[in-house]
Structure formats: C-alpha cells, structure tokens
Design a protein around this ligand. Structure first.
Ligand code: ADP
Length: 457
C-alpha cells in the first residue's frame, strides 16, 4: 500500500480524499495556491506545499510544480480529485514517468475517453447504444448538415474534446446549422484548443442517468447502480439521487450491463462513470465516460456502503476490488444537493466572500462534504461549490423529508448560495413525485423564485 499520497486538488474533494487516507493510515501532502494558504485541506494534511499564485493555471494546473512537490515530499502516488488535472492524459503519463502512481486510469484510457467522438465510435463497435448521429467527428458543416437531414432535427453539435457543456449547440432547423456550427467550433477552439465536432440527435426531455463503475487491474469490473442527475442548470448538475424513479429492475440491469461493457471496451481501471441519456420512451444512449471520481459520488457511497476513494486507492495499489457484482447492495435511497456560492436570483452569479457564520446540519443519515469553516474565505478563482449535503433513508419520501430538514438547519452567512433553491425544489410536486427530466429547472425556475418571494412577504 502507498505510504504517502499527494492530493492535486483543493476544496471539499481534497478534504474528502484526506479523510479516507487518514482512515487507511496513509500520509497526505496538500498542495495549495497563495489564495488557499488558510484552506482546510492544508490544515488537515500531514504536510503541505505552496505551488504558486492564485490563478489555477499557475498553481493547481502547473504539472511540474505538482510533480516536484510530490517528489520532494517523498510521495508514492497522486490523487487528482475532479476537475483541474484529473482528466489530463499528459499529467497521468508524467506521473508514471516520475515513478508516482496516478490514482486513476492510464493516460491512454483518459485520452481515448477524452475524445468524445472517438469514445462514441468505440461504444458503437461494442454494441453499447449511442445517440443516433455521426460515426465519429464530422469533416465540416456540410457533412453535419447532411447527417442532421438524415437523422432529423433538432440535433446537437458537440465538441469532441468538450466538457462542462462548452462547445455544444442545439440546432433546430437546417438554415441555422452553418452559423451554429461556426459558433460551436469557435467555442471549442477557445476552450479546448480543438475545433473538432460531431453530431447527435437531440433527445427531447431526457433524464441524465449515469452508472458508477469500478474496475481493477485484474480485469474485474462492477457497476454500483445509477445516479439520476437530471436536475441541472445549463448542463451543471444541482441535485442527484439514487436510485432513479425512471428505472425498473430490468432497465437497471440492462443499463448496468451496458456500463460494464463500456468500461471493459475502454480497458478501464479505477472508479469511473458511464453517462447515458434516457428518453421519455425508455430508450437509453451512451453519451460519455468520465474518467475520474465525480462530485456526486457520495450518493453511491450511501446506498452501497462503499468508500469509493478507498476503492480507487486500492485499485491503484494493484489490489482487487473489495466487492463482486453479486455482493453490491443498493440499500435505500440517497440524494445530494450542491450548495454553490451563487445567487439564483441574479442569474446564478458567483458570489465568493468570507464565511461569516456557518452551521452545518447533522443527525442520522446526513453527511456534509465541505471545506468551509467559520471565517474562511471563499476565493473567486475556482469553482463555486461550497458544500454538498447528502442524505440517506429507507425510502425516497423519507430522503426528501430528511433533505428538507437538513437544509433548514444549514446556515451559511456571507454570500448567497443555492441552498434555498434546492429547498424549494424539494417541495415542487413534480419533483416530489419523481417526475422530472433535464428541462425541469429551466421550466420551473420562475415558479420556484416566485414561491420564494411569497414566503418572504
Ligand atoms: P459535457 O461533457 O460538456 O457536460 P455531455 O455530453 O455530458 O457534455 O452533455 C451534458 C448534458 O447535456 C447531459 O447531462 C444531458 O443533460 C445533455 N445532453 C447531452 N447529449 C444529449 C442529447 N443527445 N440529447 C439531449 N440531451 C443531451
């Protein structure tokens, strides 16, 4: 087993990883930018190293600074968390070259899954259902138009190297295609340095269903069930839950099998996520594979009783999975609300600042993953995730009730957050019934904010 792990990340996920390392009696090295000198992950780690100024490009994305820190502090592995360098194939390769185990899949697998058009083509060959569209990338707008004409509008133009909803455009009619193609391509070049696009049919009102998988170096692959992440704003997830109300046991079984096949086709190792869209008619289609631990992983940890960070570390150390597929439990229901430092009343404008007062919820079945503490500063340079509130109960209705009361206990003063919006969603009748799709938030936003005003009056 590893002796010392460097955590190439910050915020709640760095804290989360340190917690498991301590339970496994593995020492940790935190890296931090000058803006994070007082951050919780720095205080909790065995040792810490400042790797540069506030700007992520000069610190959390600086590969040589991070590798140097790992070597100088005697680490034998690096955990990248999510975001930053977690899906950077070059970084994974460099870690291995430096004799440091990268806790994640190999650079080659990251590269293969990072090109979404190529990943899609691979899944097609392996008979994993993909959304109807182009076979790999398109050569230009004319070919995109030809394919769109064949599969029917509306379609999505997507960047092969895309992520976070960037480089993606919905096209409703042939006359709009050329202009939207140029816009998607320009955004893809600006964000990812790669203007390659592919075409997918737009599935109307789908649910976003993803399967957590684990794969070890001995060829064992299991899935840990699904997460329904359909409550999204501009492709950013806000509330996630497991199990999904949209899946019956047969569909779960079929999607789980497809997720395992996808992971095997990719030659995957570590924890990963296979994302699908599920149409209103119950057809599911692969959209992409995420080769990292995800923000919403605690939902799966609650229902399965597994520690996914521990599994990742064990896999990286060459140990076999600690579960077989037939031993995987899906016990009760779990839900996560993302508490972002954003103002839903001002177009979700991020509002970093000082945490003037903090009170976190507790009690049975409540977990809070956060790096916040009273008085801590939330710097403006990074993502706006301030805390995750996760709850677990035997039934979905109990989960909803528990989440409501957990959010009622939560107090964060100093900046606006998405906590109240999540609380309102937990009272929306369609949400309570589990009848929602990825269009839910856009459709109900005005109604929810109106309720809020009525509450204050
Ligand atoms: P990114 O990697 O940029 O987040 P994804 O391919 O994962 O892009 O898509 C982001 C979101 O967009 C998904 O969660 C889903 O809600 C929606 N989406 C993606 N592909 C389709 C599709 N073909 N039809 C309908 N919605 C889609």
């Amino acid at each position: 087993m590893f002796h010392r792990i460097l955590i190439a990340n910050r915020g709640e996920i760095a804290v989360r990883i340190i917690r498991t390392c301590r339970e496994m009696e593995i020492e940790t090295v935190a890296v931090y930018s000058t803006a994070d000198a007082g951050a919780l992950h720095v205080q909790l780690a065995t040792e810490s190293v400042c790797i540069g100024p506030a700007k992520a490009a000069d610190s959390y994305l600086d590969m040589s600074a991070i590798l140097t820190a790992a070597l100088e502090t005697g680490c034998d592995a690096i955990h990248p968390g999510y975001g930053f360098l977690s899906e950077n194939a070059e970084f994974a390769d460099l870690c291995e070259k430096c004799g440091l185990k990268f806790i994640g899949p190999s650079g080659d697998v990251i590269r293969a899954m990072g090109n979404k058009a190529a990943a899609r083509a691979l899944m097609q060959r392996e008979h994993v259902p993909v959304v109807p569209g182009s076979d790999g990338p398109v050569s230009g707008p004319d070919q995109a138009a030809e394919i769109a004409g064949r599969i029917g509008y509306p379609v999505l133009l997507k960047a092969s190297s895309g992520g976070g909803g960037r480089g993606m455009r919905r096209v409703d009619a042939p006359e709009d295609l050329h202009a939207l193609y140029a816009a998607a391509q320009a955004e893809a070049v600006a964000c990812f340095g790669d203007g390659e696009l592919y075409v997918e049919k737009l599935i109307l009102r789908p649910r976003h269903i993803e399967f957590q998988i684990l794969a070890d170096s001995q060829g064992n692959v299991v899935h840990l069930g699904e997460r329904d992440c359909s409550i999204q704003r501009k492709n950013q997830k806000l509330i996630e839950e497991s199990p999904s109300k949209a899946l019956d046991p047969e569909l779960r079984e079929a999607m789980g099998r497809a997720a395992v096949a996808a992971a095997k086709a990719a030659g995957y190792q570590s924890a990963g996520t296979v994302e699908f869209v599920l149409s209103a008619e119950g057809e599911f289609y692969f959209i992409e594979m995420n080769t990292r631990i995800q923000v919403e992983h605690p939902v799966t940890e609650f229902v399965t009783g597994l520690d996914l960070i521990r599994e990742q570390i064990r896999i990286a150390a060459g140990l076999p999975l600690s579960v077989r597929q037939e031993d995987v439990r899906q016990d009760g229901c779990a839900m996560e609300c993302r508490i972002n430092a954003e103002d839903p009343r001002a177009g979700f404008r991020p509002g970093p600042g000082t945490t003037e007062f903090l009170h976190l919820p507790g009690g049975p079945g409540v977990r809070v993953d956060t790096a916040l503490y009273n008085g801590c500063v939330l710097p403006p340079y990074y993502d706006s995730l301030a805390a995750k509130v996760i709850v677990h109960a035997p039934t979905r209705l109990e989960v909803i009730r528990k989440m409501r009361r957990a959010l009622e206990e939560l107090i964060i003063e100093g900046y606006p957050t998405t906590a109240d919006l999540c609380h309102l969603i937990l009272h929306q009748p369609d949400f309570v019934k589990g009848k929602y799709d990825t269009g839910f938030l856009e459709q109900h936003m005005d109604e929810l904010l109106r309720w809020d005003c009525e509450g204050e009056a």
